[in-house]
Write a protein that binds this ligand. Structure first.
Ligand SMILES: Cc1cc2nc3c(=O)[nH]c(=O)nc-3n(C[C@H](O)[C@H](O)[C@H](O)COP(=O)(O)OP(=O)(O)OC[C@H]3O[C@@H](n4cnc5c(N)ncnc54)[C@H](O)[C@@H]3O)c2cc1C
Length: 474
């Protein structure tokens, strides 16, 4: 087991793997974790300097039930199964999840007429607990919803989750179970071969008997490296606004729109960190790096949000961000085995990949077997327990026992998010330490609050730059 971020990759036999998984987003990390149950040499290889640094860090963080998936698709099956698996895993690993339930709100007659059809679709997807609500019932559940709502479909089981901890938990468990994680290591060329494919990276060469493409937005480009051109990924940008914690009391459920042709539409949702989120937009672009927000996009969100929850617009915005969905022109995932190449493509993981990640991983294990991989016997993985970032669960600054054992957990550095020196220190010394301040924020919430690091930024940076807690992965 090792985590590397700089320097040449291991050479000789140490660079030979049974499986190399390329891309350490939530999907690649889940696959590496699933493979780690078997006596195999596994590498997880990532272009960025951290895990979960692509689309997996910038989504709406809903653990979907899959009630509205297109019945019969692979996505419908894997989202349903992934919801079950991730709900259980989150409990075991300490990933914050809040099962708030969702309300799909209808704002015109056409949308109201769609609600019973969505309830039927949910039934076909195995969800029999949805219920139609009258405007009065909706107002009782959500007193701050704007005027003009014509009713809603209640979907119990929809939850909010911490996406950052999810990816980190998978990758941490994979590494602790023997997977080599190579960061800052983009695969630039692939020379398919037998028994090994040769992977050329900026930091050296890796050899892989089997290869998994979990490159997210770049899954089509990676396919091209191995000589396949099965689909094209179009980045579909989703911009979001995050409102300050004072807004949290305005909303109890995840408020979903009735879905349209470009996806799930604009929602308002509490986050596990105690904020309220509004978004995302859905804009098809050409540029896979266009993760900036636009004045026009944010104004459009405010207009839509103001109709759903008028009082939200009186609250302050803490942050804005955007993520890029991997759209491929097909209303389903693009997961395929290529036995002749001992290669599996995991593409088109659009707007549900966080939810489906554990089920995708199990599916990919099956496909690797179709490609000739004999994984050997499975063993249970040693459990991981991740630091809690969620407001509905005990945070370290409130834990008298922990503070008595280590007073640094009582010493707050980031006052907006109540992040302690002890948490920052633990993150810097963890199995996969952050590669930068953004990675540290995803592990602790430090600098993520209403002042965005204005107050604590210098101290957090100083702690990060001291890095006295273990130099292994830097
Ligand atoms: C706005 C928005 C809202 C969403 N909301 C939800 C939601 O509420 N619930 C939900 O379940 N899902 C949601 N999603 C979808 C979810 O975020 C994605 O499906 C998921 O993150 C995809 O994960 P991934 O691992 O496939 O991709 P990524 O996270 O992008 O990971 C791919 C990784 O591959 C790396 N890579 C690429 N090429 C190479 C190479 N050549 N060599 C090495 N590494 C490489 C990249 O650097 C990247 O880190 C949303 C997405 C967006 C954009």
């Amino acid at each position: 087991m090792s985590v590397t971020r700089t320097g040449p990759l291991p050479a000789g036999e140490a660079a030979e793997y049974d499986v190399v998984v390329v891309g350490a987003g939530v999907v690649g990390s889940a696959i590496a974790r699933a493979l780690a149950r078997h006596p195999l040499r596994i590498a997880l290889v990532e272009a960025a300097d951290d895990v979960g640094d692509g689309t997996s860090k910038a989504n709406t963080a809903i653990l979907h039930t899959g009630f509205d998936a297109a019945p019969g698709t692979l996505e419908a099956r894997l989202v349903r199964e992934g919801h079950r698996l991730l709900t259980a895993y989150a409990r075991e690993a300490g990933i914050p999840v809040e099962p708030l339930g969702a309300l799909l709100v209808a704002w015109n007659e056409e949308q109201r007429a769609t609600l019973p059809r969505l309830a039927e679709k949910a039934e076909r997807n195995g969800h029999r607990t949805t219920r139609l609500l009258t405007p009065t019932e909706l107002a009782a559940r959500e007193p701050h919803v704007g005027p003009g709502a014509l009713g809603a479909l209640e979907v119990p089981g929809e939850s909010v989750i911490c996406p950052w901890t999810t990816t980190l938990a998978y990758a941490t468990q994979a590494v602790r179970s023997g997977v080599d994680l190579h960061l800052d290591c983009r695969v630039e060329k692939v020379r398919p071969g037998d028994p090994y494919h040769r992977l050329v990276t900026r930091r050296g060469v890796l050899r892989a008997r089997h290869l998994v493409n979990a490159c997210g937005l770049h899954a089509d480009a990676f396919d091209a490296l191995v000589g396949r051109e099965d689909f094209t990924v179009t980045p579909r940008r989703g911009q979001l606004l995050v409102f300050d914690k004072f807004a949290r009391d305005l909303v109890r459920h995840i408020l979903l729109p009735v879905p349209g042709p470009l996806g799930k539409g604009v929602l308002i949702s509490p986050t596990v960190y105690g904020n309220v989120m509004l978004g995302p937009t859905a804009e098809d672009l050409d540029d896979k790096t266009a993760t900036g927000t636009t004045e026009e996009g944010l104004a459009g969100l405010r207009e839509q949000g103001g109709r759903i929850l008028p009082a939200l617009l009186d609250e302050e915005v803490t942050a804005v961000y955007a993520g890029l969905r991997a759209a491929t022109g097909q209303e389903d995932y693009r997961i395929a085995a290529h036995p002749e190449l001992r290669y599996v493509t995991v593409g088109g993981i659009r707007s549900t990949g966080l939810t489906a990640s554990l089920a995708i991983a199990e599916h990919v294990l099956g496909l690797l077997a179709d490609c000739g991989l004999d994984p050997g016997p499975a063993r249970p993985l040693a459990p991981v327990r991740m630091p809690n970032l969620g407001e509905s669960f005990p945070r370290p600054y409130r834990d008298a026992g922990l503070i008595a054992r280590d007073p640094e957990f009582g010493s707050i550095v980031c006052h907006c998010e109540r992040v302690t020196r002890g948490e920052i220190r633990a993150a810097l010394a963890s199995t996969i330490p952050p590669g930068g301040l953004d990675g540290l924020r995803r592990r602790t919430r430090a600098r993520g609050g209403r002042c965005q690091g204005n107050h604590c930024g210098a101290e957090v940076r100083a702690l990060f730059e001291e890095r006295p807690y273990g130099e292994g992965a830097r």
